[in-house]
Design a binder for this molecule. Structure first.
Ligand SMILES: [Zn+2]
Ligand SMILES: [Zn+2]
Length: 117
C-alpha cells in the first residue's frame, strides 16, 4: 500500500460501511458481482494492451489455464466499491502474499490469500 496503513484501513472500513458491509466483511465484497466485474475489466484491459496477462510487480506470466494464478490487488481502498482501474494492480500470488505479509498482525483478521482482492 503506497499510502499510510492507517489511512488505507480507514478508507476500507468507511467504504465497506457505505456499501452496507461490516469492517470484517471484506471477503463478501470480494465475492460481489461488482468486484468480479471490476477485476475482469482490469485483466481485460491489460490483455487488450499487451495481448496477455502478467504480474505487474515481477513480470511473471502464469499459464492462462490457472485462473487463480494472478490476483487483482488494491493499490488503494480510497474508492472501494467504485474503483478506477488505476487503483488496481495485477499481481501474482507470491508477490501478493508479500505485499500483504508486511502487516500480518492487523491484516490476518480479514486477509485470506485464497481470495482475490
Ligand atoms: Zn509477481
Ligand atoms: Zn491485495
Amino acid at each position: 500500500m503506497p499510502r499510510s496503513n492507517w489511512q488505507e484501513h480507514k478508507w476500507r472500513r468507511d467504504r465497506l460501511w457505505e456499501l452496507g458491509l461490516k469492517r470484517d466483511e471484506y471477503g463478501k465484497y470480494l465475492e460481489s458481482p461488482h468486484w468480479q466485474e471490476c477485476r475482469k475489466l482490469k485483466l481485460d484491459e491489460q490483455r487488450d494492451v499487451v495481448g496477455y496477462n502478467f504480474c505487474e510487480k515481477c513480470g511473471r506470466r502464469p499459464e492462462a489455464t490457472r485462473k487463480t494464478a494472478l490476483n487483482v490487488h488494491h493499490l488503494t481502498y480510497e474508492r472501494l466499491g467504485n474503483e478506477l482501474l488505476d487503483d488496481l494492480q495485477i499481481i501474482c500470488r507470491p508477490c501478493h502474499d508479500k505485499e500483504h505479509g508486511r502487516d500480518l498482525e492487523t491484516q490476518k483478521r480479514w486477509y485470506d490469500p485464497r481470495r482475490f482482492e
